[in-house]
Structures are given as C-alpha cells and as structure tokens.
Write a protein that binds this ligand. Structure first.
Ligand SMILES: [Fe+2]
Length: 416
C-alpha cells in the first residue's frame, strides 16, 4: 500500500512537472533560465536534491554544464571531456542510468573539472538518436537510491528536455554561422575597399593635377551619405563609387590634364568620353554594390539637363549619382587647375549653394555643409578635409545653409 501511495505521488509529481515544463519550454526566455526551470522540474519529479544539466558538443566531445542546483561545490561551468567510448555508451543507453563505482568510467571521464562520483544517476538527452546533453543527478534526501518509478518519470521528462536542448543547440549553430558569414562579408568589403583604393590611386597618377582626386571624392561622398543618414552598406557603396567614378580617364590623353587654355571641341569630347569609356570598363564587373556602373557613366549629369553624356533631367539622376556629382565638383573647385588657382572652401560651398537646385541636389549640398561645419568647429572625428585648412567660420556655413533652405522653400533661385 505504501509503495502504491509513493508511486501515485511520484506520478503526480511527474504530471505536475510536465505541466510546468510546457510553458517554460515555449516562453521567450534566456536559455540559462529555461535550463534552470527544466532541471528543477526534473529534480522534483525524480526526488533529487542535487542535479546538473550539461550540453553536449561534438568537436571536441565535451559535456558543459549550463545550470547546476543543490551541489555544495560545482564549478560554473563544469565540463567533462568525453572519449568516443563514453559518447557511444551514453548514446546507446536506453533511459536513465544508475551509476556505481564500476560504471562511472563507462559513461564519464575524470579529465574535467568535476568528479564523476558526484553523480548517482545520469539521464542522456537524445534528439533524433543523437546525444544533445546529459542530466546528472546527485544525492537524494537521506542518501536513498533512485528507484524504477523515478527513473521512468525521469525518462519521460528527459525526452522533452532533450528537444529543448537540441533546439537551443540549433539556434546557437545558426547564430554562429550567420556571424561567420557577416565576418566573411566584412572582410570581403575590406578587401574591396583596399583594392578599389589602389585603383583610385592608379587613376589619379595619370597627371599631377588630379593626384588624390578619386580618393577624396570617395571620402567626401561617403561623408555626405553618412550625414544623410544612409546605412553603412550604402556609405561603403558611395565610397567605392567615388573611387571609381573617373576610371575612364585612363583612356584620356595625359596632355589634356595639363593644358592651361580651354579645351577645343575635339579635346572636350575626348575628355567627356571618360564617362562612357569608364562605363564600358565597369559595366561587366560584378561589384558588391550595383550602383557603380551608373555612377561612372552619369557623374557629370546635372538636374537641369545640362550635363553629359545622356542629358538626364531631375529625378532621372539617381541620388547616389547626385552625391558623387557634388563630391566631384567640390574637389574640383578646391584643388588647383592648370588654368586657375584653387577656390577657398567658403567660395566652393557658396558656388554649390548658388547652383542648387538647378544643377546640384540641395539635400546633398546641405549634407556637405554639415560635414564641413564639423571640421570648422574641430569635431573630434577624422577631419573631412584632411590636410586642408578650413578657412570658413561655422557662422558662415550656417548662413549658407539658411540661404539654401530659403532657396528650396521658395522654389526659386536667389543670388547669394
Ligand atoms: Fe569625371
């Protein structure tokens, strides 16, 4: 009668534990909390006062504790390396195993930071026939032995726990693969950046008058994109587009870059053709960013249709191209040309504001003003205008920004 009463009580505990486990397994919780809830339910049903839940990882084969309850001395985490024979024995076991001095070494090694003798009973957690973890139970109240009814309850609960552990392991694997892919992508982008920087330098070496031009245009375009709130991938795309925008200049006669008088019509056509020649060069290349070929072709297009080679109008000029257009013009204005001295930063910005919105996108010019203003007030970030003195006060930039705003809101050009 007493045995029957005990069995009934145990059955009741198991059902209670199962009803508690359901919500615990499905709730959005940290796995450490879920594993603690699972372990305490299992211990309750098995009548254990000490227990630990271990996760199994295959390479190298090791059990690592995720939670332990009731043990006076248990390292956190506890780990137990396993030999192939241990993995095989745990996988082949049909249900929980009561341990004794002659069976410890069959299932566990002594090479970890916890003594196998602490465990009196092991419940392998298996999902799809593969070992996912182990629950190790220690002593019971009064040093009582684990009986068949408790082992049955344990086996039933452990099939649920195994699924939760397996699910967690899969999530971890996916998270790890995603992070590896992101790392790989980041390193590829780094590779592209370096390769394209080298390309930009190769273009700019064509003539002393364009030294550093492509690199600066890439930097300015990225800074503008940043100030416009673009995401890092778009900013990286703008930087690369800036590096490559003048790639067609490799086909232009070097003599034209040093000419101190105006280009004659044939010379102008040859120079202008760097857009279409560049487009031919890059259009068959697969870049991580799709906008590069159109930027190379259209960076001399202007909103009023006065640009080349396709005389695009207004919104026909994509935003990324408008950004490169402003960055390109700003650098051209502020560097020396064979026929003129460089404009000051203030004069160049003033010209850009004057030519917006007819030729330049006012939002893009505004973003450039924001970045130059950061230089003017000595912001702690890397200066936009490296090696150039910012000879314009923040108040003057604010005045230009207000003028730009006024022009846009009135929808017409005013002189500044
Ligand atoms: Fe160009």
């Amino acid at each position: 009668m007493a045995i029957q009463t005990n069995n009934l009580r145990r059955l009741l505990h198991t059902v209670e534990a199962l009803s508690e486990l359901g919500p615990a397994l499905t709730a959005e919780r940290e796995f450490s909390e879920t594993s603690r809830l699972m372990l305490s339910a299992v211990m309750e049903a098995a009548g254990a006062r000490e227990g630990a839940l271990f996760l199994f990882s295959e390479k190298p084969a090791v059990l690592t504790s995720t939670t332990a309850l009731g043990f006076a001395l248990m390292p956190d985490p506890a780990f137990i390396p396993l030999l192939p024979k241990h993995v095989h024995a745990l996988t082949a076991a049909r249900g929980p195993i009561v341990l004794n001095s002659s069976t410890y070494s069959v299932f566990l090694s002594s090479n970890g930071n916890v003594a196998p003798e602490l465990f009196k009973c092991l419940a392998p957690l298996k999902a799809g026939g593969r070992l996912a973890g182990v629950i190790g139970l220690g002593r019971r109240p009064g040093e009582a032995l684990y009986e068949d009814s408790e082992l049955d309850a344990l086996e039933l609960l452990c099939s649920y726990v195994a699924l939760a552990v397996q699910n967690h392991a899969l999530t971890q694997t996916i998270a790890q693969r995603v992070s590896e892919n992101l790392r790989l992508m980041a390193s590829l982008h780094g590779f592209y950046d370096n390769a394209l920087e080298a390309f930009a330098s190769a273009i700019d070496v064509k003539h002393v008058n364009i030294h550093g031009h492509s690199l600066r245009v890439g930097r300015y375009a990225a800074a503008i994109g940043d100030a416009m709130g673009m995401d890092p991938n778009e900013v990286a795309s703008l930087r690369s587009a800036g590096y490559l925008h003048d790639i067609g200049k490799v086909a232009v006669d070097r003599r034209l870059f040093g000419k101190t008088s105006a280009l004659d019509p044939d010379e102008f056509r040859e120079m202008a053709d760097h857009t279409t020649v560049g487009h031919q060069i890059v259009r068959s290349v697969t870049f991580p960013w799709p906008r590069i070929p159109e930027t190379v072709r259209w960076h001399h297009e202007r909103s009023d249709g006065s640009g080349y080679p396709d005389k695009l109008m207004q919104e026909e000029v994509p935003l990324s191209v408008r950004i490169i257009g402003v960055a390109d013009s700003f650098d051209a204005m502020t560097t020396v040309r064979p026929y003129r001295a460089p404009l000051s930063i203030g004069s160049a910005l003033s010209d850009l504001v004057r030519l917006a919105p007819e030729k330049f996108d006012p939002n893009v010019v505004q973003a450039l003003l924001i970045q130059v203003r950061r230089d003017a007030v000595g912001s702690s970030r890397t200066p936009l205008l490296e090696g150039t003195s910012v000879n314009i006060a923040a108040a003057d930039i604010d005045h230009l920004a207000a003028t730009l705003q006024h022009k846009v809101s009135r929808g017409k050009i005013i002189s500044i």
